[in-house]
Design a protein around this ligand. Structure first.
Ligand code: UDP
Ligand code: MG
Length: 311
């Protein structure tokens, strides 16, 4: 069999994916066999038999490798761990649930061979719930409105990175790892391949609404300080309105007869609630950035590994 003259690393984050592992391998291995490859599973603290399943395959095939986290550290950290351990000249990240078709790897590799250093797999269509499609649509548009670097729309974490790019990512010390933004931030020559996103093979999504919201906030605060600027503008605007209100109130108090200034409850009530609400939001936004600084200063390791196999 003719093998490639380069090493291809494929990183698969897996969190409670026991039913998907063998299906994934059944589809991925025929593609990977064309290359000199390593397949790195990162078990993100699964509580089911994900790790046992992978270990059984790893015993028979030394190219299948496993990193196990001591608990669930999240998808982006699983990818980060994969990037740290990948040895390949080209490194692909792909989901374990077969929503990212492994057959696309060939297209990605040939783009890479043409000289592109970042190849994104872009979703043409999505076979998912209306809610997921709508929130994803809004997420990508909104984040690009605010972000300082353009973040490609409808692109998930299915992508190929050249060795050079992986080395740059591995040197970035930050703890908030919004990899979709970081891979755009690093620059280099970027290209797209297109695919239709299928439904999950088995199991449920691990991104419920609450996780989606914190993911979106993470993405925003990682790549933009515009919210901080906007709250300053909003503060200016509300204090201007407040100032006009003060002049108006004083005018009524000083120059009009008493029956004019006993009324005015509504105005006070509305003003207090409005200013209070605006201030709360502003504090919240500042708090988000403060929290990020706090996490960076703590400087804890990004993840904890409890076991490595074939690595
Ligand atoms: N995943 C992970 N850790 C998590 C959540 C998800 O490693 O905390 C993995 C999961 O096993 C899958 C990939 O990340 O391989 C994408 O997750 P999922 O399919 O749940 O997200 P969706 O495709 O619904 O956005
Ligand atoms: Mg999925």
């Amino acid at each position: 069999m003719i093998k490639s003259d380069f090493l291809l690393s494929v990183i698969v984050p897996a969190f409670d994916e026991e039913e998907n592992i063998s299906f994934f391998l059944k589809r991925a291995l025929p593609v990977l066999k064309k290359y000199d490859y390593e397949l790195i599973f990162v078990d993100d603290g699964s509580s089911d038999k994900t790790a046992e399943k992978i270990k059984a395959y790893a015993k028979k095939n030394a190219r299948i490798k496993l990193i196990r986290f001591s608990r669930n550290f999240g998808h982006q950290m699983a990818l980060t761990a994969g990037y740290r351990h990948a040895k390949g000249d080209a490194v692909i990240t792909i989901d374990a649930d077969l929503q990212d078709p492994p057959e696309l790897i060939e297209d990605m590799v040939s783009k890479w061979q043409k000289g592109y250093e970042v190849v994104y797999a872009k979703r043409r269509t999505r076979e998912e719930s209306l809610f997921k499609r709508l929130t994803a649509f809004l997420f990508y548009r909104f984040i690009n409105l605010l972000s300082d670097v353009p973040i490609p729309t409808d692109v998930g974490d299915y992508r190929l990175l050249d060795r050079k790019v992986v080395d740059v990512l591995n040197r970035l010390p930050e703890h908030s790892r919004f990899l979709r933004g970081l891979t755009s931030w690093v620059g280099f020559k970027q290209a797209f391949v297109y695919f239709d996103r299928n439904k999950r093979q088995y199991g449920q999504t691990h991104y419920p609404l609450s996780k989606m919201i914190s993911f979106a906030v993470e993405g925003l605060t990682s790549f933009s300080t515009k919210p901080l600027t906007y709250i300053t503008y909003l503060g200016l605007l509300t204090s201007m309105i407040g100032f006009l209100g003060i002049i108006y109130a004083l005018y009524r108090r000083l120059f009009l007869p008493p029956e004019y200034y006993i009324t005015g409850w509504t105005a006070i009530f509305v003003a207090v609630l409005f200013i209070g609400g605006v201030q709360m939001i502003m504090l919240g936004i500042m708090g988000e950035y403060l929290g990020r600084i706090y996490r960076e200063v703590q400087n804890r390791p990004h993840f904890v590994i409890k076991e490595k196999i074939n690595i």
